[in-house]
Design a protein around this ligand. Structure first.
Ligand code: EPZ
Length: 424
């Protein structure tokens, strides 16, 4: 397994190109199961999670090819070869649950392993299951698997989600495109990745209105067709680099970044002393005050502050003047970066779902490790400003969601290298 060593203290200056969004790519890939015609997707990032989902789709009979240079993927699900997504593949990535809705809607049958908990929380899938049941799918939970059957097809329904869920909204929206009649999703998630998936489905012939609002209406069709679609830019990657720019104090240009999708960052970063200015599809990040200032943030469903940027923001607060309160409302166990940041000299006190971060004058390099993607990248950001060398172990997590992070950061002046972990 590899590690990354970072030598802190260099401001980042220059331009970084933002990749296609992981959390949009994974969803449009599963949409390939809804049609027997080819789907051609552009701006698919070369990431471990994309490879894991490719493996599952291949197992289900999807003929899939990926040109990592052009970032283009062609998927063709001419016939469903198997309707089983096994534990060994699903456990690698929870987003695999998204094959459930499309599979049962097109094929009338699906057997998908329950994903189980993960490092950031228990993450149940009850709303995915309840939503499908309301569309007429018979579901049994047997031996850790979701056995779903809809021999006579799905029927549209009025579904009110008890809680906002990105994955449940996407799974049910995809299934409903092939249901008889109309489905209304109330209290739906509004994330840009859901809008992107909906737009791809519309190109495939689906009839969907209300994307980007909390009520999505889907008029089911007998079949969908193939299409071509380019996924949106990764707003979490863009946000991560914006925070890196703010922390190191240089001027960073983020190319292919839609400022509307990172609106939630503008106010907290401005209060902290950082400006974000948009020109076309490029956003320039520049620290305007000499010293960053502490701010409070609370994670919320979109358009609120995303849980996927909470760890990175916390990293920034560790070196900001004064204090900042970080409240996590989405996942119950998403503070795993805190003890690691503390090893670098951060002053953080956790109380329930909040963390009080008191800024320190400097962080010191250390050996650190985290057990999820965003926690890992928050340690890379801390390493960029720490005195001395920081070694981030188990970068496996980073590779799930950050395309070429070492070369992207090096290209704007960061001093870091990828190394082999010595054998114990
Ligand atoms: C998506 O996960 C993202 N993953 C996550 O990104 C992101 O953190 C999360 O949305 C929230 O924005 C992908 O898009 C692949 P949810 P998802 O269903 O869909 C609870 C990253 O780092 N819930 O919106 O799984 C759940 O436990 C990842 O890229 C239920 O209770 O998240 C959580 O507390 C990590 N029952 C809340 O809802 C359900 O059936 C929101 O989860 C489903 C969810």
């Amino acid at each position: 397994m590899d590690k990354i060593r970072i030598y802190g203290g260099t401001p980042l200056n220059g331009e970084i190109e933002i990749s296609g969004a992981k959390n949009a790519a994974l969803k449009v890939m599963t949409a390939a199961l809804l049609t027997d015609q080819p789907l051609v997707l552009h701006r698919i990032p070369d990431l471990r999670d994309v490879a894991s989902l490719s493996e599952i789709l291949t197992q289900l009979g999807v003929k899939l090819s990926y040109d990592a240079g052009k970032k283009t993927m062609r998927l063709h699900s001419a016939a469903i070869a198997s309707c089983v997504a096994p534990y060994d593949l699903v456990r690698k990535m929870r987003a695999s649950i998204l094959v459930l809705g499309p599979l049962v809607a097109r094929h009338g049958e699906a057997k998908v392993s329950l994903p189980g908990g993960c490092a950031i929380g228990t993450r149940p899938v009850d709303m995915h299951i309840d939503g499908l049941r309301q569309l007429g799918v018979e579901i049994e939970l047997v031996d850790g698997y979701i056995n779903a059957r809809a021999p006579r097809g799905l029927t549209g329904a009025h579904i009110h989600f008890p809680k906002v869920s990105v994955g449940a909204t996407e799974n049910i929206m995809m299934a409903a495109t092939l249901a008889k009649g109309t489905t209304t999703l109330v209290n739906a998630a509004r994330e840009p990745e859901i809008v992107d998936l909906g737009e791809c489905l519309i190109k495939m012939g689906a009839e969907i209105t209300g994307l980007g609002t909390d009520t999505i209406i889907i008029h089911g069709k007998a079949f969908l067709r193939g299409t071509e679609h380019a996924v949106i830019a990764d707003r979490i990657e863009a946000g991560t680099f914006a925070i890196a720019g703010a922390m190191t104090g240089g001027t960073l240009r983020l190319k292919h970044c839609n400022i509307e999708h990172i609106d939630y960052l503008l106010d907290p970063l401005h209060k902290a002393g950082v400006d974000l200015v948009s020109d076309g599809d490029t956003v320039t990040v520049k620290r305007i005050s000499k010293q960053l200032r502490g701010v409070d943030i609370m994670t919320e469903p979109y358009p609120g502050f995303p849980t996927d940027l909470q760890a990175q923001m916390m990293s920034m607060l560790t070196i900001s003047e004064g204090a900042g309160m970080v409240t996590e409302t989405i996942f119950e166990n998403r503070f795993m970066h805190v003890p690691e940041l503390a090893r670098m000299g951060a002053d953080i006190t956790i109380h329930g779902s909040s963390a009080l971060v008191r800024g320190v004058s400097k962080l010191r390099g250390a050996d650190v490790m985290a057990t999820d993607l965003r926690a890992s990248v928050s340690l890379v950001l801390a390493g960029l400003v720490a005195e001395g060398a920081t070694t981030v172990h188990r970068i496996y997590h980073l590779e799930r969601g950050y395309e070429n992070i070492v070369s992207k950061l090096s290209s704007v002046g960061a001093k870091l290298e990828r190394m082999k972990e010595e054998a114990a």
